[in-house]
Design a protein around this ligand. Sequence first.
Ligand code: PMP
Length: 404
Amino acid sequence: MTERGFDLADRVAARRDSTLYRDIAPVDRVAERSYFAPDPGRDLPVLDGDEHLVFAANNYLGLTQDDRVQDAAAQAAEVVGTGAGASRLVTGDTLVHRDLERRLAEVKGTERALAFSSGYAANVGTIAALSPDVVFSDAFNHASIVDGCRLSGAEVVVYDHCDVADLERRLAERAAAAPEAAADESWLVLTDSVFSMDGTVAPLEAICDAAESVGAWVMVDEAHATGLHVDGGGIVQRAGLEDRVHVQMGTLSKALASQGGYVAGSESLVEHLVNEARSFVFSTGLSPPAAAAASEALHLARHGECRDRLWSNVGQLRNGLEAVGYEVRGDTQILPIVVGDRDDALALERAVRERGVVAPAIRPPTVPEGTSRIRVAPMATHSRSDVEHCIEAFRAAGEEVGLL
Ligand code: PMP
């Protein structure tokens, strides 16, 4: 009989032989945080019992272990239930979801917001539901945007990373190529606001100008910005572009210390998504504890002092790493040290880990070949001495592996 299998063992073995192999819990790496860490700044590794400082989490405000956020989740579990039990459109809708969405819309300055079960589901479901004729997408956009574009069936035009001149050129070229059709087509410009592996910030105002000049819509993924800027908003709020960005999307899983995603925009956008976004319609509602935790975290991001502490730690860490000789890219809370070679990145990861700091190497395919890096990210809950410890670990590790 013909063999129609998938040779998975061989494929895994081939990958195992390369430095691109990954495992969920390799013994020489640690989980991002412990459920039992006694001090929020000290996210203890769960696997080997040694104490390490985690400088790589997306839990930027350190709110996953904040009492108030934990209490909100616990209370929602107790009062509302641990799971939504069904799609929001069936019986899964609760006041906890409505409260979260009201707060998101307030912070994002929009008429309405809609919670999804993940940021991935929000991007894929929203882009597919908009079903644009053409999308113009930044070359470094997140995988969930890329997958949303594929699923939407749109013609995809990729422009150079954060390069508005290239975007303008491609918009003009596409308009010239099919002038008749272009007039009736729906066009969508898609960008992350903060690029998670580079710490770069998209030039949103110029992107809006370019899009408006051809009548295109703009959709911005604020996954790595939500909660961190003006009044708990993202870069869209910092730049005052609420009225020019048609679709604001983000996750609840990073600064908002929970799980899930959201889209904020006009009443008609949300109404459309409630009806047409398949990842919303055909998926169980966000769990009430996750919704409650995110809602409380958003409240704290908006009114608390955790944002100030984060930005103070970012300044201290960036200055310290530069002072010991590293070139630190980007201009956000994400501080990438691009090493280049993937073996060097792994060596640096191991050497800082031996000094009590967890900051995993990022390798292809997450980043392009030859640009492997360590993505350092402080949290609001790190103390000044934690940050000093991190800087010293990177200094000593960099010297040991020959990068400084
Ligand atoms: N967009 C961006 C820019 C992200 O970094 C991520 C998560 N890594 C997502 C979307 C997906 O969000 P989630 O993890 O909530 O599915």
